[in-house]
Design a binder for this molecule. Sequence first.
Ligand code: NAD
Ligand SMILES: O=C(O)C(=O)C[C@@H](O)[C@H](O)[C@H](O)COP(=O)(O)O
Ligand code: ZN
Length: 372
Amino acid sequence: MTDIAHRTDPSGQAVTRIPVGGAGEDPYEVLVGRGLSGELGRLVGERARRVAVIHPEALAGRGEEVRAELAGLGYEAVAVQVPNAEQAKTAEVAAGCWQTLGRAGFTRSDVIVGVGGGASTDLAGFVAATWLRGVRWVAVPTTVLGMVDAAVGGKTGINTAEGKNLVGSFHPPAGVLCDLDALATLPTDDYVSGLAEIVKAGFIADPVILDLIEADPEAAKGPGGPHTAELVERSIRVKAEVVSADLREAGRREILNYGHTLGHAIEKNEHYTWRHGEAVSVGMHFAAELGRLAGRLDDATADRHSAVLRSVGLPLGYRRDAWPRLLDTMKVDKKSRGDLLRFIVLDGLAEPAVLEGPDPRMLLAAYGEVAE
Ligand SMILES: NC(=O)c1ccc[n+]([C@@H]2O[C@H](COP(=O)([O-])OP(=O)(O)OC[C@H]3O[C@@H](n4cnc5c(N)ncnc54)[C@H](O)[C@@H]3O)[C@@H](O)[C@H]2O)c1
Ligand SMILES: O=C(O)C(=O)C[C@@H](O)[C@H](O)[C@H](O)COP(=O)(O)O
Ligand SMILES: [Zn+2]
């Protein structure tokens, strides 16, 4: 387990620091708190002269605040506005960011700050990974999903016409700032979408997460719930532990892909108009049924998936007629090896494992349980 330290930030506010590291990697911290003033400048560091703040349209005001904070610290700070959500994760948008960096004279000691949801931080991290073959970057996630998953662990990337996150790089941030106050403006559907990754962390590693949601699912659906900070911190801790052990996904990290094999195929089929967490929710329901049909997962744990996901309003089903297309898309999932499809399933609660090359009839039968 990674250590968690509860301290105060320079303004006296309580802040939780969750370390992330691994052999041969620069360690960094995920900070969770409120406000977190004063931390950004420290993470950008003294070597930088220029900073680019990449943010989505929806956070134009927040992006400008961050830019102004950095300008006040003496950096040449530029705000780079990108489209909201998945529309930012394209080669064209990345090229626009590269153009801005080039025109502003960004060098290897300069820094990128990604402010926004997972789509914005995936893009910002990718731009940082590719500019001059890699510059320092800091993640400032503003969605639940970004805080508990996307901003942590160094997976950066963009989509292509062929599928989700097919181009990218492992490029960990220098630090992650999770200001829980940012969640106040997040629309409920986006908040709930992030709960899918929290539920994922519960099933693959930390069942207390499931207990907390089941105790009061309605309260879990917004930032004012009694367990908000604990759910966020527990999920980050799961992610931090896994990526610290296996940054480049040689093995263990694959468990974080629970529900994603089908989920990503649904996202592509919907031209990225579905929220990521919604697609992953259907994907986890499918993975649970697959685990059950493979004789690996007990009925109670399999049924718990649909119950907890439904209780917070996440979707469980998808179009019956889409199966051939989804199957085709899943063949280029990053876990596939040659012609072998590979899925993360559970052998029990918090016992993730790989299911390789399942019988196509079993896959179809599992899909039959989610098809509508
Ligand atoms: N790199 C990883 O390890 C990893 C992990 C999980 C998910 N992801 C990626 O994350 C993305 C999904 O992220 P997401 O769920 O955060 O969605 P998102 O980034 O698409 O954000 C959802 C919407 O909320 C807006 N928004 C963001 N913060 C806001 C705030 N505080 N107030 C109001 N609006 C706000 C955004 O502009 C967007 O329109 C997907 O692309 C997914 O593939 C990456
Ligand atoms: O960090 C990981 O590893 C994950 O798989 C976390 C997922 O929640 C996330 O959606 C990730 O971007 C999926 O990665 P991919 O390699 O399947 O594109
Ligand atoms: Zn995900």
